[in-house]
Write a protein that binds this ligand. Structure first.
Ligand code: ADP
Ligand code: MG
Length: 697
């Protein structure tokens, strides 16, 4: 039996009655399998002896003799102090807050096995958090080895001792389980057998045992993940679709309409995409390019290729504002070429929606631009050949899969300005090929970033005034829409009143935030793009995609409140032409009630923004600040959750697992079609695999 198949409830164990079982449930532990796979969060190493005099270098771990009892405090505060002495004669006090009963457990003369952290307080060596077990027969045989004790995650009412005891019982009851990783892989990667891994996880003899167990279990998780990804990629190739290259008249016509040349990276991305799209199986490609690198045009050229071949294309954006902007750009660039456009969002009213859906289904629309509404159930395409997802990091993995389901396996192009670290690329995006735009369009100047402490914003406003007077435009971004009672933060509405009334009475401004009607937002953006408004005051709704080349100033107030990715995206709203652009990050450590002081992380983010404009560097710093945990959350794939593996820390294992999984599927293509438990499928077919690799290798 595999460990995951142990369905018996933990309550089958002695000592796991209804109360304990309910508390275990809060840790996600219901079955024997759950308990066996409960990952300790740490280990206490009790193999290394450390005397009281060595308290400064770590946890004290030695035998001591009780020499005296002492009391301090009065009444309910009366506290027991147990004085002990080790073999060198060093004395220390065990302070037993609320544990007067220990007077009887630790009588004078008793020998204790002591484990705890000590420090000098009130000129004596003492500890108030310690473990001390009386030794019944101090002169008997040598102590049984103490080993390494797992430290489990706990929940209220559930103590370490209880979980340890139950994990031990689970091991003896269910711990003999079958191996899962094919033996050849296990040997090549130096992994433990499953049963040994479980034993070392819960009852290691040395810290290195626990580490080896964790490594094995982590590898295993990553291996299944990689098998799933490899199967998905292989399954996609399971389609017949002979395609001939369409005439390239449309692409040539678009190039002629542009007032600039494509960058070499745009050209090569388009070439890679076109090669995929004329290939024998559907494309799944990620286009990464920093903000402002010109991804939209790459999407348009790809769409033209699908359309020239007689099919339809869809371009989806995460916000209505951005979808609208793409539709407007498409209307300007593509409609004159004869491309028939449609715009679809959740806000398109029923009356307009119906004829639109009919046109899509008839094939009277070549390119549909919109939000995720494009992929609602009632939307049908006549012949959808290409789906482009802009700012794909905004969409979940599931949405991504749903999009692929429309049409008969359309080509998929995901675009992102948030570079994906290599390790993550192997997990969540392991089945995608990648195109990267590194070069910015010619003539772009790096954005100059200034930090300003709140209180000095008048200087910032003066600077912006000069830019506005020269005909440039500016964004002002705030973390809140309107006044919050709790937080003393500036908000967009109040600042709009102040900026347009007091600060810039000579210029016209607009206000944009999520609570305004779509039509209002759209009209304001259109006025801003056309230069009828000199500045907009906004929340982070303008974060992604918005493109107004004449905007040269981005002022972000309370910058410490924004995430690094958001700051980078916001800054990317300027620097989109050959004009010199500026980003002002106004930070504040003024705080409202109920909120912590300026966080260290907030400071780090603002400083990182000042230090670099490179999206890849910013993404890495973001990863360092946020830690991998949050990212790991995005690597959940189907039913597989990563509880031992961390794709960042275990990058080497991930790489190995990826190689092994691809190798496995290559040598045994039958696995691709397997339904149901991939674990079972892999294992049942493991032996032929190992024979085959043995024979070939
Ligand atoms: P992003 O990659 O952030 O989506 P966009 O596609 O919005 O960037 O492009 C940013 C701006 O750069 C747009 O105004 C676009 O017209 C312009 N642009 C795109 N490609 C080029 C190019 N090769 N040369 C000059 N400007 C370009
Ligand atoms: Mg974009």
């Amino acid at each position: 039996m595999f460990v995951r198949e142990i369905a018996a409830p933990v309550s089958d164990l002695k000592g796991a009655g209804p109360t304990v079982a309910a508390r275990l449930a809060r840790l996600g532990v219901f079955s024997g399998a759950d308990l066996l796979l409960l990952a300790p969060r740490d280990y206490e190493d009790r193999t290394a002896r450390r005397l009281l005099s060595e308290f400064g270098s770590g946890v004290v771990n030695c035998r001591v003799t009780v020499v005296e009892h002492d009391w301090f405090g009065y009444g309910r505060m009366r506290t027991l102090k147990v004085w002990v002495e080790d073999e060198n004669g060093t004395r220390a006090a065990l302070v037993c807050f609320n544990r007067s009963f220990l007077e009887r457990s630790y009588p004078v003369g008793a020998v204790l096995k002591l484990y705890g952290r000590f420090e000098y307080r009130f000129s004596e060596l003492q500890s108030s958090s310690f473990d001390a077990d009386p030794i019944a027969d101090p002169d008997g045989a040598a102590d049984a080895p103490d080993g390494v004790r797992p430290v489990y995650p706990l929940t209220e009412g559930l103590g370490q001792a209880t979980v340890r005891k139950l994990a031990g019982r689970a091991l003896s009851r269910w711990g003999i389980v079958d191996d899962e990783i094919p033996p050849s892989i296990r040997e090549r990667r130096g992994l433990l057998r499953k049963a040994d891994a479980l034993r070392s996880l819960h009852a290691p003899l040395a810290p290195s045992d626990a580490a080896a167990a964790r490594r094995t279990l982590a590898y295993e998780e990553l291996f299944y993940l990689q098998v799933m990804i490899a199967r998905r990629a292989a399954a996609r190739r399971d389609v017949e679709r002979p395609r001939s290259a369409p005439p390239d008249g449309l692409a040539r016509a678009l190039k002629e309409r542009l007032s600039f040349e494509l960058t070499p990276d745009q050209e090569s991305a388009i070439a890679e995409i076109v090669a995929d799209m004329s290939g024998p199986w559907p494309m799944a490609r990620l286009l990464q390019g920093d903000v402002g690198s010109g991804k939209t045009l790459v999407a348009f050229f790809s769409a033209l290729y699908a359309i020239a071949g007689g099919g339809q294309a869809a371009l989806m954006a995460p916000t209505e504002l951005l979808a609208r902007q793409h539709a407007d750009t498409a209307a300007r660039l593509l409609e004159p070429l004869g491309v028939r456009l449609a715009y679809l969002s959740g806000n398109v009213a029923d009356a307009a929606r119906r004829p639109l859906l009919a046109a899509l289904a008839r094939g009277d629309v070549d390119l549909a631009v919109g939000t995720h509404a494009l992929f609602s159930d009632d939307v049908a395409f006549k012949d959808l050949r290409l789906v482009v997802v802009d700012e794909q990091q905004r969409f979940g993995v599931l949405q991504r899969l749903a999009m692929g389901a429309k049409g008969r396996k359309p080509d998929m192009l995901m675009m992102t300005a948030t570079p994906i670290p290599r390790t993550l690329a192997l997990t969540a995006y392991g089945d995608l090929s990648v195109s990267t735009i590194k070069t910015m369009p010619a003539g772009r100047l790096p954005i100059i970033t200034h930090l300003a402490k709140d209180g000095n914003e008048a200087k910032v406003y003066e600077f912006v005034r000069r830019e506005l007077a020269a005909g440039r435009r500016a964004y002002f971004v705030y973390p809140l829409v309107d006044r919050s009672d709790k937080l003393a933060l500036k908000d967009a509405e109040a600042m709009f009143a102040r900026l347009s009334g007091d600060v810039f009475p000579e210029f016209r401004g607009g206000l944009i935030h999520a609570r305004l009607p779509e039509e209002t937002k759209r009209a304001t953006m259109a006025d801003f793009a056309a230069g009828r408004l000199s500045f907009v005051v906004a929340t982070s709704v303008v974060e992604v995609g918005v493109d107004v080349p004449e905007a040269t100033c981005m002022v972000i107030e309370h910058a410490e409140r924004f995430g690094l990715a958001a700051l980078h995206q916001l800054r990317g709203r300027v620097g989109r032409s050959s004009l010199q652009s500026y980003c002002f990050l106004v930070w504040s450590d003024r705080q409202g009630e109920g909120s912590a002081s300026l966080s260290e992380d907030g400071k780090r983010r603002v400083l990182a923004m000042k230090a670099t404009t490179d999206g890849f560097e910013i993404a890495e710093e973001d990863l360092r600040i946020r830690g991998p945990g949050e990212i790991t959350g995005t690597t959940q794939a189907g039913a597989l959750r990563l509880s031992f593996a961390d794709p960042i820390r275990d990058a080497d294992l991930l790489e190995a697992a990826s190689i092994d999984a691809v190798g496995l599927l290559k040598s045994d293509p039958g696995l691709v079609g397997q339904e149901g438990s991939i674990v079972r499928a892999v294992i049942e077919r493991a032996s032929p695999f190992s024979e085959r690799t043995a024979a070939t290798g």
